[in-house]
Design a protein around this ligand. Structure first.
Ligand code: NAD
Length: 415
């Protein structure tokens, strides 16, 4: 994965906001340096009786606002630079939505598609065996990410139980409902995105928008379902094989059925497009929900949407955000647009701590309040300072963090 590009983008965006706030260089260095990096080797006895050693890591970037929080990614190409960017983004995401967590992320270099269930379970348990002393409900709370599922979380919480001698559901989130999970966690990222999108649509005075979605996995597909339910017209969707387009609107349920049958959206009725063409379609709302670095200074001038909802992490570069801003296109930044997932993870942790489960409706109402509040806060900075929403989100979050640095006496050390 293109970890170093992402880190460069992450720091460029951060510095842009830090410059507006005239942040001291020493504080910039402090806030862009991860607090702790943990590297582990995880030995797994494979089904054929051979022994294989997997490399795992976790970066606890910043814990000044609370225990660190972020998912664990199982992927053959995951690398430290990528995890560093993701842990950094988690720090600012949690600050933007004002939940009392710092930022972290973890990864294991492996190909889950080539592992049996038995091997996957051993690897998941092995990660906890190596990491258990560094994580916990008051230290660092992992969650699912690419190729890690509620079942993986269940194995991990069970393994942690063995080390502590008692059940600690709050050590991890994204668990199955039967094991301390929260209602609404499965759809939370897309749901949170929909709440902020609705606020943006009100600002633009757009009703019944047309929508194009890049990526038809957990985030993109769920967004398509929720947006179609609201009566929005989904005119294009895509996956790694290509894009489909129908200006009259796609029947999302039928596209999902087609994808379940054929493993791709491609081949469904309507016109076929490339992923690049999808990004440049004329529509009200564009939702990049697949990969990083999709809208850059190369194609930003060709974007024909009015609002971009950055559901993926890092899909729009800081340079592109600036170009889009000049074209009066609002790009709702990832650290706001996709913060619904970690927000409901926070609700899961709270429910575990108080030993009481909220209903689906309660979770949804609380998520809506958090997301609208965060949108309003970022929008205020965007208007006041006349800067793009991405930079505005960082300005808002850095100011919040700066106050903590002052209260903890960290700034004084540098003066
Ligand atoms: P996923 O693996 O479930 O889905 C990814 C989708 O993108 C798949 O449909 C895949 O076919 C498609 N894709 C891959 N390459 C593509 C390409 N070149 N063009 C178009 N589509 C392509 O992953 P996900 O969980 O939906 O995550 C997607 C993005 O959202 C990632 O950046 C992730 O970090 C971010 N995100 C997800 C969550 C969550 O809760 N799922 C939370 C926060 C952020």
């Amino acid at each position: 994965m293109a970890g170093s590009n992402e880190w460069e983008s992450a720091v460029t965006q951060f510095r842009k906001a830090a410059d507006i706030l005239k942040l001291d260089e020493s504080i910039i260095q402090f806030l862009t340096s991860p607090r702790r990096i943990i590297n582990v080797s995880i030995p797994v006895r494979m089904d054929d009786d051979s022994l294989k050693v997997f490399q795992g890591f976790r970066i606890q970037f910043n814990d000044l606002r609370g225990p660190t929080k972020g998912g664990i990614r199982f992927h053959p190409d995951v690398d430290m630079e990528e995890v560093k960017s993701l842990a950094f983004w988690m720090t600012w995401k949690n600050t933007v939505v004002d939940i009392p967590f710092g930022g972290a992320k973890g990864g294991v270099i492996c190909n889950p598609k080539e592992l049996s269930q038995n091997e996957l379970e051993k690897l998941s348990r092995g990660y906890i065996q190596e990491m258990y002393q560094f994580i916990g409900p008051e230290k660092d709370i992992p969650a699912p990410d690419v190729y890690t599922t509620p079942q993986v979380m269940a194995w991990m919480v069970d393994e942690y139980h063995k080390f502590t001698g008692h059940n600690v559901f709050g050590m991890i989130t994204g668990k199955p409902l039967e094991m301390g999970g929260s209602h609404g966690r499965d759809i939370a990222t897309a749901q949170g995105g929909v709440f902020v999108l609705e606020e943006a649509l009100k600002k633009f005075g757009i009703k019944n928008p047309t929508v194009a979605i890049q990526g038809f996995g957990n985030a993109g597909l769920t967004a398509a379902i929720l947006l179609a339910k609201k009566g929005f017209k989904i005119i294009a969707v895509s996956d790694s094989k290509g894009a489909i387009y129908d200006e009259k609107g796609l029947d999302v349920d039928k596209v999902i059925a087609h994808k379940n049958k054929t493993k791709s959206v491609v081949g469904f009725s309507g016109k076929e497009l490339s992923n690049e063409e999808l990004l440049e379609l004329k529509c009200d709302v564009l939702v990049p929900a697949a990969l990083a670095n999709q809208i850059t200074d190369v194609n930003a001038n060709n974007i024909n949407a009015k609002i971009i909802l950055e559901l993926a992490n890092g899909p729009v570069t800081p340079q592109a955000r600036e170009i889009l801003f000049k074209k009066n296109i609002m790009s709702i930044p990832d650290i706001l647009a996709n913060a619904g997932g970690v927000t409901v993870s926070y609700f899961e942790w709270v429910q575990n701590n108080i030993g009481y489960a909220w209903s689906k409706e309660e979770v949804e109402t609380k998520l809506k309040v958090k997301m609208i509040e965060a949108f309003d806060n970022v929008y205020k900075v965007y208007k006041e300072k006349n800067i793009d929403m991405g930079t505005a989100a960082y300005v808002f979050a850095i100011e919040k963090m700066d106050k903590i640095l002052e209260l903890r006496g960290i700034k004084k050390i540098h003066r």
